[in-house]
Design a protein around this ligand. Structure first.
Ligand code: SF4
Length: 345
């Protein structure tokens, strides 16, 4: 496939920033005075995310590698990014292989590895190693964690306004929580914007309660209008599982960074995720789940465990390329929602 010639417009990548492709203990680079930008958000929100995927394919990436990986690779090859932090344990082997292909391109590479299975001492040591790599200390990172805590508390409030007070929509919840993986690349600006949003949201009239309360499970959907479509069918999306994990909300406060990153379920396999999903399903009075899976992602297999362990109706859908919901998926969602509405009478 020929390489496309004109990349979509991107905001200039800050020269002092490091890109991330998955959630990392960002308190460490921030304590070292580095900015962190989540490349997933940059990729999927660009005017033509498919361009980056095509570039990766033109350079030899197989089509059977998930679109997130191909898109991130294309972005990293295009956007003038000089340094990145990769998760080498607890994320996915595709990320690892992508990192290896980028050796000659990136000037600076940091890695972080979540110990799998989760183990307190091993995680503490890894956090210390990570801090040393940035020429900072775990104490400085803990202090940064305390500075960021009000943001996590505010995000917990936003999440509560979604499921308890019906004042924040499912799409808004998803947008804010995924943006918290890097606090929009600028925690201070993020905090100001979040305060403004919460001031408005708190005083809005609550939305009429929906008879169907949904949770969306799985990696953030590459389908750009999934939440809007679900809510247009009369459902309320009141739980975004993985975005909520990325945001590490302070409704379950963590005393230390080791506590915080041990409580984070995403890297540690399906068991901790099931426990979290069950707890939140009860708390949020959910009627069913959409399990979003990404084509060619190993995490699709977790669907078997979710069906066995989570006793609520669930529809599994698959997305491949960035863009709106395809007609077949829309039809399946409509049928599932009809069944749930009928069950609720
Ligand atoms: S969607 Fe799956 S395969 Fe793709 S980057 Fe995420 S974890 Fe890896």
């Amino acid at each position: 496939m020929p390489e496309p010639t004109t990349p979509p417009h991107l905001p200039p990548f800050p020269p002092d920033a490091l890109g991330i492709t998955s959630t990392i203990p960002l308190e460490v680079p921030l304590a070292a005075g580095r900015r962190v930008v989540d490349l997933n958000n940059l990729f999927v929100r660009s005017t033509d995310p498919g361009w980056f995927i095509r570039r990766a394919e033109a350079e030899g990436f197989p089509r059977t590698c998930c679109s997130w990986i191909r898109g991130l690779y294309g972005l990293l090859r295009t956007a003038g990014i000089e340094g990145a932090i990769f998760v080498t344990g607890g994320d996915c082997s595709n990320t690892h292989a992508m990192m290896e292909t980028l050796g000659p391109v990136l000037r600076t590479v940091f890695t972080f590895s979540f110990p799998v299975p989760p183990q307190r001492e091993a995680l503490h040591l890894e956090l210390e190693r990570f801090a040393t790599a940035f020429d900072t200390t775990l104490e400085a990172a803990e202090a940064m964690g305390r500075r960021l805590a009000p943001l996590r508390t505010a995000l917990a409030e936003l999440d509560r306004l979604t499921w308890e007070e019906n004042r924040v929509t499912g799409p808004e919840n998803q947008q804010w929580l995924v943006s918290a993986s890097d606090f929009g690349g600028d925690p201070e600006a993020f905090g100001r914007d979040l305060d403004r949003f919460l001031t408005t949201a708190r005083t809005r009239p609550p939305r009429p309660p929906s008879p169907v309360r949904l949770g969306v499970l799985g990696v953030p959907p590459i389908i750009t209008d999934l939440h809007e479509f679900l809510e247009s069918l009369g459902a309320a999306v009141v739980y975004n599982e993985i975005p909520r994990q990325f945001a590490m909300l302070d409704d379950q406060p963590a005393a230390t960074l080791t506590d915080r990153y041990l409580a984070y379920t995403y890297p540690y396999g399906v068991g901790p995720r099931v426990a979290d999903i069950r707890r939140e399903a009860r708390r949020r009075r959910l009627d069913g789940f959409i399990h979003y899976t990404q084509a060619f992602c190993h995490r699709q297999i977790h669907d078997i465990v979710f069906r066995r362990e989570i006793g609520l109706p669930m529809l599994t859908i698959e997305g491949e390329a960035p863009g709106p919901c395809d007609p077949r998926t829309r039809l399946r969602l409509e049928s599932f929602l009809e069944i749930l509405h009928e069950r609720q009478g």
